[in-house]
Each structure stands twice: as structure tokens, then as C-alpha cells.
Write a protein that binds this ligand. Sequence first.
Ligand SMILES: [Zn+2]
Ligand SMILES: [Zn+2]
Length: 215
Amino acid sequence: MRKISPLDELDELDELEEPDDWRPPLLPLIRYCGATGCRRRARPGGRHCAGCHAAAVRRYRDEHRRALAVRRRDAAATRDDDARARDSARAKLAMALRRGTLERGCCRECGARAVVGLIADPADWRAVAWVCREHRAAELERRREDAAQRTADAKQAAWYDERARVLAAIELLPPDERATLQALAARGPAGTQLSPDAPLYVMNLVRAYKAPLAR
Ligand SMILES: [Zn+2]
Ligand SMILES: [Zn+2]
């Protein structure tokens, strides 16, 4: 009978083949609080744990109380109607929470208990969306995208209006002036000729009509 040596075991392990796409499993990335001596986990997206962060904010506010008050007063004096309405809605919400006439809900996305209130319409501040920190970021991102989309839509609509107005005005021009504009509009990039139904042709036409030199 053959004696089993540790080397035999190693040889057998060597024959175990790993599939080509095998990767070691990812370890969950855990970040710890950066405060000296604190071993709690850092907040998502932050350097410190929730406790140390809150303490740091309190300390900062205490140390800079006067400067912060001045800044708040200045900012309040220069804000526009929109900002004023939003601030007032937030203040009403804070007051309602203190008085207990309104209760904090759970995150409407994940049910977490630690939430902040998002007010969509300052005129209707009681319609609060309660969201946790993570879902607040997602919600704000969604609102920014909505706003950007609305701006893009408004720009598009303005361009269509203007195009219709200019094309109608060009129809009324004397034929030779119209021909000059059309010749300018047909000039494509690098000496190419654009056909009248190319989008760039229409843009060129509108630009040529509005340019003072072409008229
Ligand atoms: Zn900490
Ligand atoms: Zn949530």
C-alpha cells in the first residue's frame, strides 16, 4: 500500500480546472468612519458614521453661529418669489411636525424610518413625499431630468414656432431675394449641396433670413 504524502493532495488539486470566466467573488466594500477611534460604518456617500457626522455638523453650527445667521439673513433678503415660497412651505412643514399636526411617514420607496420630506408644490405643502436619504437623491435626480426635459421641449417648441414664422415670411419675399436665401441655405458642409428637405437646409434658411448681411 502506498503512503499518501501531502504532495499527492496538491497534485490532485492542480488537476481541478476552473472555468475560464471564473473570478473570485467580490468582497462587499465596507467603509468605516474616518473619525479617530470610531469603528462604526461610514454613511453612504460620506466619510463618517451618522453619529460623528451629526456631531461635526452641530459643532460647526455652534462655532459659526453668528456668520451662519448673517449668511441666512442675506440669502433670505435676496431670494426670488419661488425660493421664498419654497422656504415658507418648508417652514410650515417643520412647524406642523413640531406641533404634531403632521406625522413623518416612512420612505415611500423602501419603507425606511429615517426620512426627509420633499415638497413638490409649495402651494400644497401638506402633500409631502417622505423619502430616505438614498431615495431622496434618486427623486431629486428624477426631478432634475424632468426639468431638463421640459427646458429641451420648450426650446424645441420655440424653434418650431420660429421656423414656421420665418418660412412664412420668406414666402412673401420678392422671388430674387428668396432665391438668394435659398442659395445660401443649400450650402452644406465642405462644399456639398443640401436638398431643400434636409434639416440643415431649413436651419440655414432661417439663419440666412435672420442674418443682417444676407438681407
Ligand atoms: Zn464615527
Ligand atoms: Zn428609501
